[in-house]
Design a protein around this ligand. Structure first.
Ligand code: DOR
Ligand code: ZN
Length: 345
């Protein structure tokens, strides 16, 4: 196949940042996706509905004129130890907030204000279960005694599994799953538990971190894992199982913040997101499964209508730019200077 037309996809996990940085990255996502779940881990985290609505207004104002009505930001709240239940109710009633994000405190970028102990959130989670507002989970423990490659698996045992037992009706998205353990957990859980999968976790195994030297642009959290885990993700993504859907976790950081003695976690894929997923599905001989993964399963899980519009991709080689604009700094996109095999027309 050299040409494929699918329903316009959505990105169920996206970091847009704010201000000038957001202005520079937003168009990449809006060009491809109809909607995106916007992560709340700004420097000053989005902890209230008012903050989410103000952030949404800034995103819409920053959209290029031609995309004002074709891209919808779906907002989220950042869960803290002290998020009150009435804030959750306000969020749901706004109609604009579609999930509440759990960052274990210290797990990743701008997570310091995150949750230190999940039991402190039980009353809030009870409210979320009652009013049916999904919990979006960064699934890694932060215990320094746990090996960084095992943090997702241990999170399942220590936090997620008990959580699903205590709140059986809470809808949960296990975000950016990276291990066969996570895939199995989601497959074996109730229909309330789903997972997003990034393009970079489908394309890379952990050798990519050290290919001829240390590769900061392949560093993200959760960190990429062994080949057997990548294969499990690929199998899940191409299985037509409605529990698995597209979420890029595209996370821009400036070149100096990535190429640094202590480089930031995050891979920027928004410039070519659907093209990267298409390449992956093509390599797996599963192009016929792409549309459901990219355009149906996420919308169904979030109980939103599927998009009506279509997009077309052609099998045509093009070269990713070496760098992109990022508020006066440089942003190095995934596969910078390399060629991709599919292009959205
Ligand atoms: O690699 C990551 N980057 N993982 C995250 O969980 C956060 C993200 C970011 O915001 O930079
Ligand atoms: Zn993320």
């Amino acid at each position: 196949m050299t040409r494929i037309t699918i329903t316009r996809p959505d990105d169920w996990h996206l970091h847009l940042r704010d201000g000038e940085q957001m202005r520079d990255v937003l168009g990449h996502s809006a060009r491809q996706f109809a909607r995106a779940i916007i992560m709340p881990n700004l420097k000053s985290p989005v902890i209230t509905t008012d903050m989410a609505l103000a952030y949404r207004a800034r995103i819409i104002a920053a959209l290029p004129a031609t995309m004002q009505s074709s891209f919808a930001p779906l907002m989220t709240l950042y869960l803290t130890d002290n998020t009150p239940s009435d804030e959750i109710i306000r969020a749901k009633e706004s109609g604009m907030v579609h999930g509440v994000k759990l960052y274990p405190s210290g797990a990743t970028t701008n997570s310091a204000a995150g949750v230190t102990d999940i039991t402190k959130c039980y009353a809030t989670l009870e409210t979320m279960q009652q009013i049916d507002l999904p919990l979006l989970v960064h699934g890694e423990v932060t215990d320094p005694d746990v090996d960084v490659f095992d943090r997702e698996k241990i999170f399942i045992d220590r936090v997620l599994s008990p959580l699903t037992q205590r709140f059986p009706n809470l809808r949960i998205v296990f975000e950016h799953v990276t291990t066969c353990d996570a895939v199995t957990f989601v497959q074996e859980s109730s229909r309330n538990i789903a997972a997003s999968i990034t393009a970079h976790h489908l394309l890379l195994n952990r050798n990519a971190l050290f290919e001829g030297g240390i590769r900061p642009h392949h560093f993200c959290l959760p960190v990429i894992k062994r080949e057997k885990h990548r294969l499990a993700l690929l199998e899940a993504a191409t299985s037509n199982n409605p529990k698995f859907f597209l979420g890029t976790d595209s996370a821009p950081h400036s070149q100096p913040n990535k190429e640094n003695a202590c480089g930031c976690a995050g891979i920027f894929t928004a410039h070519a997101a659907i093209e990267l997923y298409t390449e992956t599905f093509d390599q797996a001989g599963a192009l016929d499964k792409l549309e459901a993964f990219a355009s149906f399963h996420g919308a169904d899980f979030y109980q939103l209508p599927r998009n009506q519009e279509k997009i077309t991709l052609t099998k045509e080689s093009w070269t990713v730019p070496d760098q992109l604009a990022f508020s006066g700094e440089k942003l190095i996109p995934f596969r910078a200077g390399e060629s991709l095999s599919w292009r959205m027309v």
